[in-house]
Design a protein around this ligand. Structure first.
Ligand code: ADP
Ligand code: MG
Length: 292
């Protein structure tokens, strides 16, 4: 199964894309994570340090795609998880979208991924068209990471619309949503009421996960050596099982941008309470309580 992972920037796509494969690998599956963000920050946590990107490999072969061998494209990382990272031009130069569009083809052309059962592609943000959005053209499913906030739900609706559009030409379907950092679920539930799709859970806001990113490790590797709350790695096996069950997937129902934003903003215009945590939006300070 090839799954493209989408969602608003900073929502937890890379975090989820590198932890779920470890859980799947522990279920005995061959998994290879593909980073498709030109800033190439998706998979180094699986290897502890950056390994050559696909663009690096192509450059060293003078862009002769046919010379790339599977082992030039995928490298083995933590827990036996394979990893490939598209890479891109230096920041501010060239076209990252073009690079991702081109490199998304290479694993297929070089046969680098044929031995894997599950191939998640960690895609750049919520871009819905052009090169950065091309990995779903090679995927069976798309999963969107979201939280309980307005912007993430709005981005989720955009990616749902793009699955519906792409589903006309490609066998792509939505495998649903993964809620990350969701202590509260009211907005997320409201969205799913309007646009029905399966939802599974990633961890709540967790200091351990933030630190694992900084230390360049998956959560599973971190828990081997650091004290941690029990639930840190709990949700990943469920998410992995959901992917392994090979859901048929859905073509999401149409909800217009206007409809989605007005229904979500109705909920969001209610006063924000800071108790209980949640995402950043839910934790905004109440100006009435600020020290002057
Ligand atoms: P994206 O790939 O969607 O841009 P990342 O996966 O890089 O987002 O996550 C953005 C930041 O949020 C990272 O520093 C990551 O460690 C942190 N993060 C993600 N999920 C959680 C969580 N459940 N709890 C705490 N921090 C998280
Ligand atoms: Mg990312």
């Amino acid at each position: 199964t090839k799954t493209a992972v989408h969602g608003k920037g900073g929502i937890g796509k890379s975090t989820t894309s590198r932890n779920t494969p470890v859980a799947s690998a522990r279920r005995g599956k061959r998994v290879s994570q593909t980073g498709c963000d030109p800033k190439h920050d998706s998979t180094p946590t699986l290897t502890g340090s950056p390994t050559p990107t696909i663009i690096d490999t192509l450059r060293s072969k003078d862009y002769h795609y046919e010379d790339a061998r599977p082992e030039d494209v995928t490298h083995e990382g933590y827990g036996g998880v394979g990893r490939a990272e598209a890479g891109g031009p230096p920041a501010g130069a060239g076209c990252g979208g073009y690079a991702v569009g081109e490199t998304a083809k290479l694993p297929k052309e070089s046969n680098a991924l044929h031995e894997y059962d599950i191939i998640p592609s960690d895609v750049l943000g919520d871009v819905a068209c052009g090169g950065p959005a091309s990995p779903p053209n090679h995927a069976d499913h798309r999963t969107t990471i979201t939280d309980n906030g307005f912007d993430a739900s709005f981005a989720t609706n955009r990616t749902a619309a793009s699955v519906r559009e792409k589903a006309r030409m490609h066998p792509l379907r939505s495998a649903g949503l993964i809620g990350n950092r969701t202590l509260k679920r009211d907005l997320l539930d409201k969205y799913v009421e309007a646009c029905p799709m399966p939802v599974s859970e990633a961890p709540p806001p967790t200091e351990h996960i933030r630190v694992s990113r900084v230390k360049g490790k998956t959560s599973f590797e971190m828990v081997e050596s650091q004290p941690h709350p029990n639930y840190v790695c709990d949700s990943h096996p469920d998410t992995a099982d959901q992917a392994l069950s090979q859901p048929e997937g859905i073509a999401p129902k149409e909800v217009s941008d206007r409809e989605s934003s007005s229904s979500l903003s109705d909920s969001h215009s209610n006063p924000i309470r800071s108790e209980g945590g949640g995402n950043d939006q839910e934790n905004l300070l109440d100006p009435a309580k600020m020290i002057r």
